[in-house]
Design a protein around this ligand. Structure first.
Ligand SMILES: NC(=O)c1ccc[n+]([C@@H]2O[C@H](COP(=O)([O-])OP(=O)(O)OC[C@H]3O[C@@H](n4cnc5c(N)ncnc54)[C@H](O)[C@@H]3O)[C@@H](O)[C@H]2O)c1
Length: 394
């Protein structure tokens, strides 16, 4: 007896990542998996089929998933993949349900149990499964490298016989996982770094990584450790303080996001017009519309003398490391449900209960009916708790 696991080749444009890497194969087999993979799934990052031992490769995607107990992917799969899956099988991938209504409908119709990687709760026990964090950390690092290649100057201070140049000033706006990694990278490269966020707890985090914190006096802590949207008065107050810092920066990296909302605008056209000639903005929030009024998602644009770089899907550009971390995140999640060659879904496990999106033809993303009462009894962390019998597969 074993659990049939199928790994898809990604089909979305520019997606180079893959949900299985060789270092995870033996661990999955130890849990009881029999591994199948679509031929060429790792080709985009030069991880050719021959690099995978003990994995069966198949060309036909439908045949691959039709016998699978578990399907692994990075991006939300195409509808025909769901159509080909067995009723009651498990899908684990990023889903972002609000943007994927047709896919969710199909998951419900096929009674697929879908665990959406973006739903993994931000709690300590789930850190090893948190793909949003692992991918964001890479993006934060890459933003600094990308910005540096667009700057016509260096980041560190260098002393030469002809004189001293540098260091450059880097401002990081939005200090979640990506922003903090950007601070650490820019600091390592010798820049003078400033950080800004609306959550006051980020002040100490920024300072511990070598940045000076820009204090605006606005506290926008929201639910679940995330930020809330600012009122228009708060935005005016913040803009007044930030303008000076924006105009002194050589490189600005923006990463600000509010879950389920478009990216907040942190840099206006007027502020861009007042920036130093040759300065660069790298906008990591392009997927949500961008943090700068002049951002064009997916494009690099020159506005006056300022370059604004707004790449999409940065983790895919670092596909090798991003796949390595993503595959480990998925393995750690699977390890919660796979043991001794069977799958057991324990809905009393907070991580499984909060990560599941659909199960047995029902949406499982609901908040409890009496939220206030529930939170008083169980605390914030269990608010999506779903109760049900353990499910065994195979
Ligand atoms: N396992 C864990 O405990 C764990 C793991 C990862 C993240 N987290 C927490 O989850 C939260 C979100 O992290 P994330 O990386 O997903 O963040 P995110 O991508 O949701 O947002 C990035 C940053 O933008 C900031 N932001 C939002 N609006 C802003 C504005 N108007 N101006 C400036 N900054 C603004 C947010 O405060 C956040 O720091 C954080 O509190 C983080 O510490 C916890």
């Amino acid at each position: 007896m074993y659990v049939n696991v199928a790994v898809l080749k990604e089909t979305q444009p520019h997606e180079r990542r893959v949900a299985l890497v060789p270092s995870v194969v033996a661990k999955l087999i130890k849990l009881g998996a029999k591994l199948h993979m679509q031929s060429g799934a790792g080709d985009a990052i030069k991880l050719y089929d021959a690099a995978f031992k003990d994995v069966v490769f198949m060309d036909d995607r439908k045949a691959l998933v039709s016998d699978a107990d578990v399907v692994l992917a990075v991006q939300p799969p195409a509808l025909e993949v769901i159509d080909a899956m067995k009723e009651g099988a498990i899908l684990i991938s990023f889903i972002f349900a609000k943007k994927e209504q047709a896919l969710v409908k199909r998951l419900l119709e096929k009674k697929v149990t879908c665990f959406a990687m973006e739903r993994v709760p931000r709690i300590t026990r789930a850190q090893a499964m948190d793909a949003l964090s692992s991918q964001s950390a890479l993006a934060g690092y890459y933003a600094v490298q990308l910005g540096a290649t667009h700057l016509a100057r260096i980041l560190p201070k260098i002393t030469t016989a002809a004189g001293v140049i540098g260091p450059a000033k880097v401002l990081v706006m939005g200090l979640g996982v990506a922003g903090l990694e950007a601070i650490a990278t820019a600091h390592r490269l010798g820049a003078v770094v400033e950080g800004y966020d609306v959550r006051p707890e980020t002040e100490e985090q920024a300072q511990s990584l070598g940045a000076k914190f820009v204090e605006t006096g606005v506290d926008a802590r929201g639910e679940g450790g995330y930020a809330r949207e600012l009122s228009s008065e708060e935005k005016t107050k913040v803009a007044a303080v930030l303008t000076e810092h924006i105009q002194q920066a050589d490189l600005i990296i923006t990463t600000a996001a509010i879950p389920g909302r478009p990216s907040p605008k942190l840099i206006s056209k007027k502020q861009v017009a007042g920036m130093k000639a040759g300065a660069v903005i790298v906008d990591l929030s392009a997927e949500g519309g961008g943090n700068c009024d002049d951002t064009q998602p997916g494009e690099t644009v020159l506005i006056g003398q300022i370059t604004i770089v707004a790449p999409l899907n940065i983790p895919s550009l670092l596909g090798e490391d991003a796949s390595e971390l993503y595959a480990k995140n998925q393995y750690n999640l699977l390890a919660l449900m796979m043991k001794d060659n069977i799958i057991t879904l324990d809905w009393d496990d907070e991580i499984l209960a909060k990560t599941v999106l659909t199960h047995a033809g029902e949406m499982r993303d609901h908040a409890p009916k009496n939220k206030a009462k529930h939170e008083a009894k169980h605390g914030e962390r269990t608010k999506h708790k779903v109760n049900g019998p353990a499910t065994k597969v195979a």
